[in-house]
Design a protein around this ligand. Structure first.
Ligand SMILES: Cc1cc2nc3c(=O)[nH]c(=O)nc-3n(C[C@H](O)[C@H](O)[C@H](O)COP(=O)(O)OP(=O)(O)OC[C@H]3O[C@@H](n4cnc5c(N)ncnc54)[C@H](O)[C@@H]3O)c2cc1C
Length: 428
């Protein structure tokens, strides 16, 4: 089994794991949710609060997937600029999506406050940094675009940026004041608890292995042979999608993102490395992202091996990158390493599909899903309880389209990453 979730810094911080029991007997509920990450747990919380009976079935335990082991960065928005969505989707639909995606951190913060989740939430902002001179124009254009929509973003020239991060490797960047960071496993477990308090039944170790319609209900069967009947089903498996829904796994590429956590920084480096305590992600094809967490550890992520790994040695390129930014890190050492699957889609956008009568799925956050997936829980819940229609979900409904030559696509991703690394090494 994939053990990478156990070596995340967040799992190591929690000596006792919370275990939800497997689904046992035949059960019935209004709504079944497959997958206990942020998408599923937030949808469950909101649907239960609206009065529905909800059951979450998770193959491992809540937060086991990307949700409990990501970089913990809260980065508002999507891969393209806000005006791109208005041009593509029109004023009304475009605004709906822009509003949700760029206010996702505010929405997440409201959920955390309302439910009292203790997950070390901080709102010092998110920095988008231009690595090369050639990147400045694009990063600046994004900042201008966001400002035109009234968003709270400020341009940082090279020296202003250097003061916030503690090195002068970047050409410039912008600070989005709405961003921040948190402990994602504590968020996932907090959402599970809040959903449970609202009446949701949560089951771990319950992989759904078959899904069929009996004319009235969806009938879900788990790996242990237990069944659940429900009128509506939301599939939230993202990068961990298996073959339960034909074609779903082939509609995304599960790209591994790897993370290293340093030992706690010594006193002389606490104010030297990321003194502003923002989250940061770099420009470029191979995105490197980092922050210093509330325990003063540098948490830095990027691309590593395209297979599960728990060894800091396997992530030497990320360590070298960190040490090139702050050479003093060499004395600090790495506490732990892990990786997990990001669901990448062909257009780098999240996809929402109404698959059948009462059967829905949403996936494809492309590495930017902590705030967005949690924020989407509310509209998804409204859909599941019948308050809104599928065309009112801010991510426009589309038809599921398996990627042609899917089996070969990961190699294309590999090749792109290798090429990008090579180009970057020439630029240094
Ligand atoms: C290493 C890493 C770093 C990241 N860093 C950031 C970051 O800093 N900021 C950011 O915004 N985003 C980040 N992301 C992305 C973010 O974590 C995800 O977009 C988000 O967590 C997706 O949540 P989810 O609920 O859709 O999916 P997941 O959390 O992946 O949950 C899917 C769940 O479905 C379950 N499942 C699968 N099949 C079945 C089945 N048949 N039956 C039952 N259960 C099933 C899996 O066990 C899994 O727990 C990162 C991702 C990774 C992997």
């Amino acid at each position: 089994m994939d053990e990478t979730a156990r070596t995340s810094v967040y799992a190591l911080d929690r000596p006792t794991a919370i275990t939800y029991p497997a689904l046992a007997g035949p059960c019935i509920s209004d709504i079944a949710i497959i997958g206990g990450g942020f998408t599923g747990l937030s949808a469950a919380l909101h649907a239960a609060e609206a009065g529905a009976s909800v059951t979450v079935l998770e193959a491992h335990q809540p937060g086991w997937g990307a949700s409990g082991r990501n970089g913990g960065q809260l980065n508002p928005g999507l891969k393209y600029d806000p005006s791109w969505f208005i041009n593509k989707l029109g004023e009304k639909r475009g605004k709906m999506l822009v509003d949700l995606a760029w206010s996702s951190v505010d929405r997440l913060a409201n959920i955390i406050e309302r439910t009292g989740i203790d997950c070390a939430l901080r709102r010092q902002g998110t920095i988008r940094a231009a690595v090369k001179r050639d990147d400045i124009a694009a990063v600046e254009a994004t900042q201008r675009d966001m400002r035109a929509f009234g968003m709270p973003v400020d341009w940082l020239d090279r020296s202003a940026l250097a003061k916030l991060v503690g090195h002068d490797h970047y050409q410039g960047g912008f600070l989005d004041h709405r961003g921040g960071d948190l402990d994602p496993l504590r968020l996932a477990l907090g959402l599970a608890k809040a959903a449970e308090n609202a009446g949701t039944a949560i089951h771990g170790n319950s992989r759904v292995v078959s899904l069929r319609h009996d004319g009235h209900n969806w009938v879900l069967t788990t790996n242990a042979g237990a069944t659940l009947k429900a009128k509506r089903v939301l599939v939230c498996c993202n990068g961990y999608a298996d073959n339960l829904i034909p074609g779903l796994r082939q509609s995304l590429v599960p790209v591994f993102s790897s993370v290293l956590a340093s030992n706690p920084l010594p006193d002389n480096l606490v104010g030297r490395i990321m003194p502003g305590r923002q989250s940061l992600y770099e420009s470029g094809m191979v995105v490197v992202y980092y922050r210093v967490d509330s325990n003063n550890r540098l948490i830095i992520g990027g691309r590593g091996p395209m297979r599960p790994t728990t060894s800091p040695d396997a992530l030497k390129p990320i360590a070298r990158h960190a040490q090139s930014l702050w050479p003093e890190l060499k004395q600090v050492g790495w506490q732990t390493a892990w990786n997990g699957r990001v669901a990448v889609t062909k257009d780098y956008l999240p996809h929402f599909h109404a698959l059948d009568d009462g059967l829905y799925t949403l996936y494809g956050y492309n590495g930017r899903g902590v705030a967005l997936s949690t924020a989407l829980g509310e509209p998804l819940a409204k859909l599941l309880v019948g308050e809104i229609n599928a065309d009112e979900i801010p991510i426009p409904a589309s038809t599921m389209q398996p990627i042609a030559l899917h089996a070969f696509w990961p190699f294309g991703v590999h090749a792109t990453i290798a090429m990008s690394r090579l180009k970057q090494s020439f630029r240094r």
